[in-house]
Design a binder for this molecule. Structure first.
Ligand code: FES
Length: 142
């Protein structure tokens, strides 16, 4: 296969949008050091049973708003791009309300990314599920 060629998987073109590539190459809010989350108050971790990948999310929630978000994963490029975009969505405009964050779906993330190959759609759900686990963790600590 030549560089830059579109690969076909099960009858579908497999391509990554410019947004997916941008977020994969330069992921936003990726956890680089545990000191970044020392004053965060919510943590979620999920594993993807399809491929064994793991996603972790840390949140800082104040006055029912998400004011901090960090994540890390062993997941693939699609999972990295999706969770990077999710973290941006959570933090834009000064932080999303927790009740609005719970309404985010994998489809919302994919729309913002300009789509994902069909075979990679499950990767966009990882961050979304970890986010819900983190919010559950926050609620349990109240
Ligand atoms: S996260 Fe496992 S294949 Fe994408």
């Amino acid at each position: 296969m030549e560089r830059g060629e579109t690969m076909r998987v099960e009858g579908e073109d497999w391509f990554y949008s410019g947004k997916v590539k941008e977020h994969f190459v330069n992921p936003k809010n990726f956890l680089k050091d545990s000191s970044e989350v020392k004053d965060f108050n919510a943590y979620g971790k999920v594993g993807n049973i399809k491929c064994g990948d793991v996603m972790e999310i840390w949140l800082k929630i104040e006055n029912n708003k998400i004011v901090g978000a960090r994540w890390r994963t062993f997941g693939c490029a699609s999972a990295i791009a999706s969770t990077s975009m999710l973290s941006e969505m959570l933090l834009e405009k000064g932080g999303m309300k927790v009740s609005d964050a719970l309404k985010i779906t994998g489809k919302d993330i994919m729309t913002r990314l300009g789509g994902l190959p069909a075979i990679k759609i499950h990767c966009s759900v990882l961050g979304d599920e970890a986010l819900r686990e983190a919010i559950k963790d926050f609620d349990n600590k109240k």
